[in-house]
Design a protein around this ligand. Structure first.
Ligand code: F0G
Length: 452
């Protein structure tokens, strides 16, 4: 018998949350009240929210049940020991340090790695990662391959680091390299995965020179699935993940993604001295080492999430649902970052709106059209987010990120209709200008106005 071709959501739904529906007039008013910046919209005015896949997922019945067994003891909580044993089993790491979210792990790690006056070489730094390296006086260097940086090339592992340039820089600046960092999958570059072959080689090159090899593991399970699917690795995603973690000396982890929880993070370290220093800093900024800024119940939910996330049925559905929207839009002629990534579809707004120059923020224009059309929220990854006052960004993208286990196939079909409708009226979209902006991270707070 031939198995059915449709990939179904591998869960049934026990608790539901109603969607918010709005009228076109309300959306026009809400966008004006938000000064045309979707970050400032209220959740009640949004129907489908694809702003981020971070902390927006649905927990399972098993996770909610585990929360009830959370041990809120200040020091020595049983919840911590349960989490520690799950993380050790998954990653093989020696020291498991909980934090309130990924960026706290980054701050502590780069502090103990002494990045001041030195550099971190990465396939690509996520914004908070780069900001933490730079804040601590280090230099964050991205070494993505040229094909990986081009939205149009259709290659399986566009998150790979350029090994030739990595070797050159390790050779030339060895003493000044504080770490080699691999972000899996590469969020800043379209959610594209890193191949196991590339991870193995980069790890060997760093370790041969005694440079710590670090994984930003926020989406490790999605990356492991791509290795299984695209590199043809016959092992389970969990076995592949185990090897990925085994290649590194330390990892940072935002549990809000592949931890399947709404808040939390981890720092994993093998070196005893670094771990001692990290725990001292943790006590200063996050909390005692057996809770690190989280409640005991959060640690239990994460322990269960880390077991669920490598389930093959879940990962097959997860990656297929992103690809499903990608294919709908691709068939409809919407310019996309290729191929489909792990957690999001990225629309090339500059290509969709050739009449809107980068200074007039084509990504913002597309986000606002999607919102006005049907209450859909995405995020601009372009000149508003990454441009400087006098320079535009390299790409003008809109990221539509999928919360985990939240939306169903009919939501995605509906999204496809909405986006194709917006694309069909592309020439009518106005550009935007910045009315007010803050000195740093302007995308979150800027006030904008349409150019009509
Ligand atoms: N690393 C990567 C690759 C990320 O995508 C993020 C967060 C972080 C680190 C920081 O983790 O938010 O827990 O402090 N990305 C979110 C996003 C915010 O929308 O892509 P955090």
């Amino acid at each position: 018998m031939r198995p059915p071709r449709t990939i179904i959501e591998p869960f049934r739904i026990k608790t539901v949350e109603p969607l918010n529906f709005t009228t076109p007039q309300r959306r026009r008013d809400a966008l004006r009240e938000a000064q045309f910046n979707p970050f400032k919209l209220h959740a009640r005015d949004i129907t489908i929210d694809l702003l981020t896949d971070s902390g927006t997922g649905a927990m399972s019945a098993a996770q909610w049940a585990a929360m009830m067994t959370g041990d809120e003891t200040y020091a020595g909580s049983e919840s911590y020991y349960r989490l520690e044993s799950v993380v050790r089993e998954l990653t093989g790491v020696r020291h498991v340090i909980p934090t309130h979210q990924g960026r706290a792990s980054e701050h502590i790690l780069f502090s103990v790695l002494d990045v001041k006056g030195r550099c971190v070489l990465a396939n690509s730094h996520f914004d908070t990662t780069r900001a933490n390296v730079e804040y601590l006086g280090g230099e964050a260097v991205d070494l993505l391959t040229p094909q990986g940086a081009d939205p149009r090339t259709d290659l399986p592992f566009k998150g790979d680091i350029d090994l030739v340039r990595l070797e050159e820089l390790l050779e030339a600046r060895c003493k000044q390299v504080a770490a080699v960092l691999m972000t899996v999958t590469n969020n800043a570059g379209g959610g594209q995965p890193v191949s196991l072959a590339n991870l193995r080689q980069a790890s060997a090159m760093a370790r041969a020179r005694g440079v710590p090899f670090v994984l930003d593991a926020a989406r490790f399970a999605e990356n492991a699935w791509f290795i299984h699917e695209r590199e043809g690795d016959p092992r389970t995603p969990r076995e592949i993940a185990r090897e990925m973690f085994g290649l590194c000396d330390a990892f940072t982890f935002s549990a809000k993604k592949d931890g399947l929880v709404n808040i939390g993070g981890l720092l994993g370290l093998n070196d005893d001295t670094l771990a001692d220093r990290a725990r001292s800093l943790l006590i200063l900024t996050e909390g005692f080492p057996t809770y690190g800024g989280l409640a005991g119940r959060d640690l239990d939910a994460l322990a269960v999430g880390l077991q669920e996330v490598t389930d093959e049925h879940y990962l097959r559905y997860r990656i297929a649902s992103v690809r499903y929207l990608f294919d709908l839009l691709d068939r409809g002629g919407v310019p996309l970052m290729r191929p489909a990534g792990g957690h999001a579809v990225y629309i090339d707004a500059a290509a969709l709106y050739p009449h809107i120059p980068p200074v007039q923020l084509p990504g913002v224009a597309l986000c606002n059209e999607l919102y006005l059309e049907a209450g859909v929220r995405g995020v601009e990854i372009g000149t508003l987010m990454f441009g400087k006052r006098d320079a535009c960004a390299r790409h003008e993208l809109v990221r539509l990120a999928f919360p985990r286990r939240v939306y169903t196939q009919s939501h995605v079909d509906w999204l496809g209709e909405v986006i194709l409708e917006v694309a069909s009226r592309r020439e009518r979209a106005p550009g935007y200008r910045i009315v007010r902006q803050g000195p740093v991270l302007r995308a979150f707070t800027a006030e904008l106005a349409p150019l009509t």
